[in-house]
Ligand binder design. Structure first.
Ligand SMILES: [Ca+2]
Ligand SMILES: [Ca+2]
Length: 325
């Protein structure tokens, strides 16, 4: 399913470079460390790097082809708070949300090209949340990461948003939620409590993104490109609506809903089942009126345009919500 993990020494190498750095707040992250040719089984391959954190980092491999052995080439980046001098070291109690738009292209799609978010920890190497070109997977696995697989609907050349939130749940346990958005779907995993001995992120873990391109002994032009855009790391946002948990008055917004500044969707402000404050709608008109009120708020905040507003109110009018059964 995944590229074998025979590179287990890497994590210790990168962490040792900054082993004594003090842990600092996530908000101090300001840059990325690039590690070119982290694994370099096909040294003759061409690698082109564009590094413009946080708007764009791209890794383009060409001619990943070697006839006399060699498994794969890999290049990575990791978050940094030192203007790219050293990787940021995450701690066990850090809570955060990471999102980025990832475009992975393989020419051809097989042998495998993979890209995504990587966690390198000092004890048992990396966990990854990735897409790949040949298996069409969205999958998280390895290290201390909880395994999770979304439906296999990734295709080479797609731009997808990949994200994850690491947070402390109501039981006081560290947990992770994975998020993925394609042009047509929006997917979110349940909150998964970490089950490793350290109960979550192992102190000293570095986090970033990478591409791996598997060698083709027969296709001289074997190539793969990963582009990471709109890289964001910030306070935890469990429902990925862009409003951090601490400011979100509507937790659990369905993935990819439009929300107001308080993190509330129109459905959450005016639920079909009855007012958000509780009870039931007196009649259908009261429901439609509540939707219209929410729509006006969204219009005023610039969250939706008038065409969208009209469509939402029309749909509410045609719904059975609030009608006597
Ligand atoms: Ca939120
Ligand atoms: Ca919300």
């Amino acid at each position: 399913m995944t590229i074998p993990k025979r590179y287990s020494n890497y994590a210790s190498i990168i962490v040792l470079t900054a082993a004594n750095a003090a842990f600092a707040q996530i908000s101090s992250i300001n840059s990325a460390v690039i590690t070119p040719r982290q694994f370099n089984d096909i040294p003759a391959a061409t690698l082109t790097i564009v590094s413009n954190y946080p708007s764009l980092i791209s890794f383009e491999y060409q001619n990943v082809s070697r006839t006399n052995g060699g498994f794969a080439d890999r290049t990575s980046w990791h978050f940094s708070k030192t203007s790219g001098a050293s990787p940021f070291l995450f701690g066990n109690s850090d809570a955060f949300t990471i999102t980025m738009d990832v475009t992975l292209t393989g020419d051809p799609i097989s042998p495998r090209k993979e890209a995504g978010i990587v966690f390198n920890n000092p004890l048992n190497d990396g966990g990854e949340f990735i897409v790949n070109t040949d298996g069409h997977e969205f999958v998280a696995f390895g290290g201390f990461l909880r395994f999770y697989a979304f439906p296999r609907n990734f295709n080479s050349g797609d731009t997808v948003t990949m994200g994850l939130t690491v947070f402390q749940d109501s039981s006081g346990k560290n947990a992770i939620i994975y998020f993925a958005k394609t042009a047509t779907t929006c997917m979110e995993s349940p909150a998964l409590e970490f089950d490793n001995l350290e109960q979550g992120v192992i102190a000293g873990t570095t986090i970033g993104g990478y591409i791996a391109v598997v060698n083709s002994p027969t296709i001289a032009t074997n190539s793969g490109t990963a582009v990471f855009q709109n890289i964001k790391i910030g306070a935890p946002d469990q429902d990925f609506d862009g409003v951090p948990d601490s400011a979100d008055t509507c937790p659990g917004t369905p993935a990819c809903s439009l929300v107001d500044a308080n993190g509330c969707s129109i459905d959450q402000l005016a639920p079909c089942d009855g007012p958000a404050s509780g009870g039931t709608w007196k009649n259908h008109g009261q429901y439609v009126s509540a939707v219209a009120q929410a729509v006006n708020e969204f219009l005023a905040q610039g969250v939706i345009n008038t065409t969208q507003a009209d469509a939402i109110v029309a749909a509410a009018g045609q719904s059975p919500c609030g009608s006597k059964k």
